[in-house]
Design a protein around this ligand. Sequence first.
Ligand code: C2E
Ligand code: CA
Ligand code: CA
Length: 517
Amino acid sequence: MNKNSMTKIYSLNKIIFIIIGILGIVLLTKHVGIDIKVLILLLLILFTINVFILYLKIKLYEDKFNLGIVNNSNNIINITKDENFLKHIQNYIISNKKENCVMACFDLCRLKLINDIYGYELGDEVLDNISSNLKSYFGEEAIYGKLKSDVFILIIKLEDREQKIPYLVNLIRNKIVTLSQIDSFKMNINIEASIGIYRFNSDKIDIKKAMDNADMARVKSKGLKHIEYVEFDSVMEEEIQSLMKIEQDLFLAIKNKEFVIHYQPKVDSITGKIIGSEALIRWIHPSLGMVGPNKFIPIAERSGLINNIGRWLIQEVFVTIDNWISEGINVLPVSINLSRVELYKNDLVDFFKSMFNTYNVPKELIEIEVTETTALRDVKFISERLYEIKSLGIDISLDDFGVGNSNFINLKGIPLDVIKIDRSLILDIVTNTKTKFMVKAIVNLSQDLNLKVICEGVEDMEQVKVLNEMGCNLIQGYIFFRPLDESSYKRILTDGSYVNLEDSFLDKYMAVEEAEE
Ligand code: C2E
Ligand code: CA
Ligand code: CA
């Protein structure tokens, strides 16, 4: 049923109600000489017709709602994954032959920037504009709408896909994702689209999977320079399978005692004294060997398992420190990485309290590291949580500083003791004067604010020299130590916690992880 017939039904419905009203009044006032029985019969018939029309109206609304094509306030069609809508897409694909259909999934690369600089109203306007462009270019020829936040989906029939996909991509980039209709948009931000394409093939149609696949291709296309779009392929499929296997295996990893902790010393590069270490988790997978945290932590975060893994690690660090102390070792502070998901868990502070109550671990020996991106994502909540943690006597480091939209002003409310400058800023510090000035500014400002500065990922002596010149002496990096297994780190603590800055002493320790990687 189209919009015109809908409007006609609504009008008819209104008119009949008006007639019923008039007849009712006439009946009551008994002004006309119609037989009362005929009048009542007429009223009943009209009433029944109207109830039926009302039913049709409701049904029509329900259908639209189920199909997910009820527009939201911004005139943007929302694509839902409910059964009716999936069926609607499936019917479209069947009736247009699946070998001719593609699904494009795209988003805006710079919507966040637009929101941040010009406010959400303009961001909404941009999204609204995309919706109307989709409508005017594809009308009823395709199915399209918003899948989530700024991600759009378009399902369309393209005969001769090989030739036409580049045209479609071009259309999305230049005609759909465009600012031309936005009057208020007078500035110079180039909004580009990231585009993922999925071609339906001879396999059984699975719309949800197709959406996930197109979405994955979209994510893959991000950050690829000079590449206009990415098509989902079998390699990506394998990657997904391997991620799913990791997710399944993670469930058993704690029970099977497959995690170990390595400790990477932090060094005062002037005196050679080790000042503490960072606890870094490793997963010894029964068939894959050592799996690095960058591979499994994001998966654990998505599934919520990070809480179990994180709690295991915290307790293990407490047990280890307690053991070392009872062996008479002079233990140095250990920092523990906390992910965003862990910080949101309400009993985190109580858990730390119970650890301090259970184990003989002085509070100065435990520190935590929270990334800059985590801290800035929800400053109010995170800073409140960090104040609670700090009240236990735990020092707080801001990790990976320099990766996000670093801004000291935004960090004002967050209780911090240490800034850890990210490896990406250290990488070209010797050769790039701009980087050097940036790091120098961070070091100076941190010192003014009474924060300790540690530089991460330092790999050669030239970098150490430059950092020392700007007053940054605390170093964590391969130049001094790779992350060490527990017994190697314990040996260093027992030996007196110094690094010989001069000679090959380093190699002895640097070898530990190299051999395992
Ligand atoms: P991160 O917290 O920034 O940890 C430092 C990473 O840099 C470690 O990688 C370390 O091995 C590496 N690294 C240190 N020095 C150098 C260097 O000189 N050169 C290079 N190329 N790399 C260096 P790793 O251990 O693979 O950890 C990666 C990330 O995984 C960590 O980054 C942290 O975000 C996360 N992670 C590790 N353990 C845990 C954990 O127990 N809990 C949570 N939530 N995250 C963890
Ligand atoms: Ca860290
Ligand atoms: Ca870091």
